[in-house]
Design a protein around this ligand. Sequence first.
Ligand SMILES: Cc1ncc(COP(=O)(O)O)c(C=O)c1O
Length: 399
Amino acid sequence: MREDFPILDQNVHGHPLVYFDNAATTQKPRAVVEALRSYYEHDNANVHRGLHELSSRATEAYEAARARVAQYLGATSADEIVFTRGTTESINLVAQAWGGKFVRAGDVILLTEMEHHSNLVPWQILAERIGARLRFVPVRDDGTLGLERLDQLLTPEVKLFAFTHVSNSLGTINPVAELCAKARAVGAVTLVDAAQSAGHMPVNVVELGCDFLAFSGHKMCAPTGSGALYGRAEILDATPPWHGGGEMIVSVTLEKSSFKKPPHRFEAGTPNIAGAIGLAAAIDYLEGIGRSAIAEHDAQLTSYALDHFADLPGMRIPGPSGERGAILGFVMEGVHPHDLTTFADQRGLALRGGHHCNQPLMRRFGLPGTTRASFYFYNTTAEIDRMIDILREAVRFFA
Ligand SMILES: Cc1ncc(COP(=O)(O)O)c(C=O)c1O
């Protein structure tokens, strides 16, 4: 499988590359690069507007990609899939278009303390504009959600409950189906941030029972700038347009316009056609491996890494000690995460250092940030051994 990822086979600063920054973005297999190349070499044209062969082919491939995403997420219809630039844009779409219509002054938007800034800042902007209130499910010391507080927080004033499936800093896997069921019981709409789960484990929107789900293609082998929003048909139908422009209208006069049905209502302008085609190719590739197999490999690597971290002195690893996603944030006593990450980079090990767009969560744990290792199916235990050797060397160096 590693042969599908030529980028992994290189030296960085004179050492074999170990790429453990998969939570930031994953590498792309040849099949995805080839799908982009083939599209641009044979079929490139604008979609939905051309009465010529290339435009028909591009449109067909673009809409087939939508159907592929729908199937991948278990959506009932391709019309429930809106192509976006990724998780951030998907959440902003919901906050501005759905939230702008359905959230009123005094309503509550329930989030959690572990949200990525992408699932926090759009709600802050909306709340400020409308006069709504934000509430947060706390995070326990072990990195799991304080579910014992849920009954108190999830009251009928809650219009929307938005939360992440997998924490990008702690690796916590949240009980999405349970949270959605509880939200539904009080009439709240749910949004799941699946940025860290869509490419790592089976994700089925009907089984999860969510109303919206957002994900990014680039975190699951697809090109940057690709991704989608799933919205339950009934809710998308009721949501007004977001961006205005070409492609999303039925008719336009100088004074007024009427709009298409979802999903095209939410896709103004020329979309990322190649990105959608690349995303479908990535889905084909991931399904060829199997999402359960990916999840199993993630779990094996993570537990192997946790076992070996135990041998390193002065290391703190916030997050659950049991089941977690393939994400390990750690702090070496007395060493700033940026220094440790730079030390690793000099030895060919790509980690990520900082707050990971989780500033409130870092504050919650009293940390300036962490150094994060995040794995994917192409990573190996031998690479984890290499990381542990480098970290052992770092312990000596920084002492
Ligand atoms: C949990 C989570 N949500 C949202 C995002 C934002 O994703 P993107 O930058 O692809 O929009 C990320 C990216 O790191 C993430 O990890």
